[in-house]
Design a protein around this ligand. Sequence first.
Ligand code: THU
Length: 127
Amino acid sequence: MNSELTKLLEIAKQAAEKAYVPYSGFKVGSAVKCIDGSVYSGCNVENASYSLTICAERTAIFKAISEGHKQFTAIAIYVDSDKVFPPCGACRQVISEFAPTIPVVYANLNETIETTMDKLLPGAFKL
Ligand code: THU
């Protein structure tokens, strides 16, 4: 893995510490790198009304978008678990809206997987 992705994954790992997960217990963090080099991170935030939960990836992307960044060069996701956590379908669609081909790295306590958005969501829905 190149140093850019290694750094991004480390930021995602730190973001996972902030996760609010009283229901699932899965602490997830994500970090997205913008074309100007800035990085936005996010964690999952759960809710007693379960479906209102937001994933770490969408927290990170929405933070970046709301600060004026729409072009991304890579995204990292980390879960503090031995389960494998590739981005869920909703997050794939949201990431793909802005960055349909960027490198994606996702990792857990034991393994790190590198892929790309076009592999994770071929034939993405677009208007
Ligand atoms: N989760 C994420 O943060 N990202 C994903 O891509 C998949 C799932 C979170 C949502 C919920 O808080 C917990 O993981 C279990 O589904």
